[in-house]
Design a binder for this molecule. Structure first.
Ligand code: GLN
Ligand code: ZN
Length: 749
């Protein structure tokens, strides 16, 4: 029995790698200096793991940007267009983030995490060949520390399945196999084994996928000792198939894939890694309970065959609690970051083996027991009033009082907007001056009064601009918000923020997710003052702007001591309180953004219904409280709706705005095929680019929309918030948009 870690974060506990990368990109440090930082970080991370008693430590989990991109380099899957760049590292960065002469490769979310990988672009006739320079370098470094590592590789099937493929996937895998064989041969004698990550197999693999899996690992398994790792869900179909191949064993996620079945693997005498310490969330593991669970397994299986480790790479959690000097002591005691998780893995392992605990282990275990027990009762977590509100929810709380067809008529009377009404998604440019203003206020450099006056002046200017160009439904501009989740999180009970809880999102970018640790409630108004001020400046409807419950959850570390459903309903009630307060203050249109609804979908089809059930219900709890004539909007930042249309319709929003401009109108086809109940604003231009769209092209876009949707349902808006744009871009773009809408309106009248 050994302890293992699937992979370790690399950005650095003080974000050293981020800083070095950004300094290198801006020409402030040399490539050698960047490489030196990287090498120091790798060593530090290996030593941390070694000192914590981890047996199986990885090489090749480090990355300057992303491991999928590293795999592309390892296989020489480099598109022609980057080949003119001589310097290897600069070519790598050009593939990751573009440069003056090269567009970056696409980036997308890694399964259901908030980590983004660089999507490989593969062609059948690419000249694949092995480039193991990076691996060799890391291997020689780790050997100096006296550690024999495992080698992490992304498996060929997951690699190809997650790529953009021009040609036949299977043929490409076929071509890659000999290269993987070569790499395995090169390293098999220097490492304990090779960890092949194949998380693709947690997503309902097809029969064909499984045949491919068999073929690939029948081959590779004979060349070197391989542990196949899957994570984020169970991989039962693959477990079954792989037990018939010559691989050494599998690492499985027993946190998010509790359903993982291991009988076939046991019968085939395979080794099994039990990922029991959560690599995706920050709450302490119940060490004794985990040990009991594994002891239960070892009654049936030879202890030597079982290993204990993290459920997935620790990349998805922050480094260490050491820097959390300001966090509430109780909350801190309920949390484990990567380093604390190493301790948990070690102590669980010792308990299972009945090994004696040293003083430090005892301290870990004692602290853990206290944390587990105080979490059950602490009044910082448990709020009877909130719990009762959730248990007393009835069907009535989940439905608008009258059906859409009736209330939309009342809304038209109430709001009097024209056909093809124009609006925006909420935020206006966040300028450097604005950021400084918020910082100064936060740091106590300026008074609350001065801060509010300045924000209000910006709101005023923004409202005047919107009136001037003739938008129909206005917004206040979100100048007081730094981030759409953080802004609300900071004002809610039950939500905390860390000082140093950084997690890599992509490249050098890190995020610090809020911690939803306790029962959630809203002690006072969160947006009413700003929105009502904005409304006082205009006779046009002012849209109240809130973040929805599902997005709040999906972009946070969510407590694991009650169901997500319950937490979502608590969050929904807190937002509902704000919705009610806005309505009572005279606001007639309220937008509740669910930007992250799509990404929260489970990886397994059979779990989708359950997710939709709580997620959609939470949105409805947040919004159903309003009068029929009050209009509820929602916004979503993506366009792949084909498989979730029923759920979207079920949210029962009166108006939904969505991304469309970047998706070649593919979304519109769905509307043509199945229709849509509510009113809808498919973005008419792309806000992710600084380009200013002309009136003519927006007219064309609106007309394309009108081919598939009846004019009386269509809104005209950009495809997302404008916060990342400059005023010089926003002003002419919106002006063109409003004029385009007017022109089309005149044509169809
Ligand atoms: N209302 C938000 C904004 O305009 C929505 C952001 C988002 O969809 N990510 O910025
Ligand atoms: Zn958006």
């Amino acid at each position: 029995m050994a302890t293992y870690v699937i992979g370790f974060p690399r950005i650095g506990e003080q974000r050293e790698l981020k800083k070095a990368l950004e300094s290198y990109w801006s020409g402030k440090i040399s490539q050698d200096e960047l490489k030196k930082t990287a090498s120091e970080l790798r060593k530090r991370h290996w030593i941390y793991q070694k000192e914590a008693g981890i047996d199986y430590i990885s090489i090749n989990d480090f990355s300057f940007y992303d491991n999928m991109l590293d795999t592309s380099i390892m296989l020489n899957a480099i598109p022609e267009k980057y080949k003119d760049i001589e310097d290897e590292l600069d070519r790598y960065f050009a593939m990751a983030r573009g440069d003056e002469n090269h567009k970056a490769q696409e980036m997308t979310k890694w399964f259901n995490t908030n980590y983004h990988y660089i999507v490989p672009e593969l062609e059948e006739n690419m000249e694949f060949k092995a480039n193991t320079k990076k691996i060799k370098e890391e291997l020689s470094e780790i050997k100096e520390l006296g550690i024999t590592p495992k080698l992490n590789l992304i498996g060929p099937i997951t690699y190809v399945k997650l790529s953009k493929v021009n040609g036949d996937e299977e043929k490409i895998i076929e071509k890659l196999l000999p290269i993987y064989e070569e790499i395995l041969k090169e390293f098999k004698d220097d490492v304990v084994f090779i960890q092949m990550d194949e998380p693709y197999f947690v997503t309902n693999p097809s029969k064909k996928d499984l045949e491919l899996l068999k073929k690939v690992y029948d081959k590779l398994g004979n060349i070197a000792p391989i542990m196949v790792a899957t994570y984020f869900e169970h991989s039962n179909e693959a477990n079954e198939v792989l037990s018939t191949t010559p691989i050494k064993g599998m690492f499985l996620d027993f946190v998010h894939g509790k359903e993982n079945k291991i009988k076939a693997l046991i019968d085939a005498n395979k080794e099994i890694g039990i990922g029991i310490v959560n690599g995706r969330n920050v709450w302490v593991n119940d060490i004794e309970k985990s040990a009991e669970f594994i002891k239960g397994l070892t009654e049936a299986v030879d202890m030597d065959k079982i290993h204990i480790g993290s459920s997935c790479s620790l990349l998805h959690v922050p480094y260490t609690l050491k820097y959390e000097t300001k966090m509430d002591e109780d909350i801190k005691s309920w949390i484990s970051y990567a380093l604390e998780k190493l301790d948990e893995i070690r102590v669980i392992n010792k308990l299972v083996k009945n090994e004696e605990l040293n003083a430090y282990d005892k301290e870990v275990l004692e602290g853990n027991k206290i944390a587990i027990s105080t979490r059950k009762t602490s009044n910082k977590i448990h709020d009877k009033i909130v719990q009762d509100r959730v248990s007393n929810l009835t069907e009535k709380d989940k439905h608008r009082s009258v059906p859409f067809e009736e209330r939309i008529k009342l809304q038209h009377e109430n709001l009097k907007y024209p056909i093809l009404p124009t609006t925006t998604i909420g935020s206006f440019p966040q300028t450097p001056e604005l950021r400084k203003l918020r910082r100064d206020y936060k740091n106590g450099v300026i008074s609350e009064e001065e801060y509010k006056d300045k924000i209000k002046a910006m709101i005023k200017e923004c409202v005047e601009f919107q009136e001037e160009i003739g938008l129909d439904v206005l917004v206040h501009g979100e100048f007081e918000r730094n981030d759409m989740v953080e802004y609300f999180g900071e004002q809610l009970n039950g939500v905390a923020f860390s000082q140093n809880g950084w997690v890599q999102s992509y490249g050098s970018r890190c995020v610090k997710p809020p911690l939803i640790y306790g029962d959630v409630s809203r002690p006072k108004d969160m947006t009413v003052e700003w929105i009502t001020y904005a409304q006082s400046l205009t006779d046009k409807p002012m849209k109240g702007m809130l973040t929805g419950p599902v997005t709040m959850l999906n972009w946070s570390f969510v407590r694991d001591d009650q169901s997500k459903r319950t937490t979502a309903f608590q969050m929904a009630l807190a937002i509902r309180d704000e919705v009610e307060a806005l309505e009572a203050a005279g606001i007639k249109v309220i937008q509740v953004d669910e930007a992250a609804l799509r990404e929260g979908y489970p990886l397994r089809n059979e779990k989708r219904k359950e997710y939709e059930d709580w997620a959609i219900t939470a949105f409805r709890i947040a919004t159903s409280v309003v009068k029929p004539e009050t209009q509820i909007h929602t916004h979503m930042c993506y366009s792949e709706f084909s498989d979730i249309m029923d759920a979207i319709e079920d949210m029962d929003a009166d108006v939904i705005s969505i991304e469309n401009a970047r998706s070649d109108n593919s979304l519109l086809k769905i509307f043509k095929e199945r229709g849509y109940k509510g009113e809808i604003g498919p973005g008419v231009y792309d806000i992710h680019s600084p380009r200013i769209p002309s009136k003519e092209e927006i007219i064309e876009q609106i007309e394309a929309i009108l081919e598939v949707l009846p004019a009386k349902k269509v809104w005209v808006n950009p495809d997302c918030g404008l916060k990342t744009r400059k005023w010089e871009e926003v002003k002419p773009s919106l002006k063109n948009m409003v004029e385009a809408a007017k022109e089309v309106r005149n044509k169809i009248k």
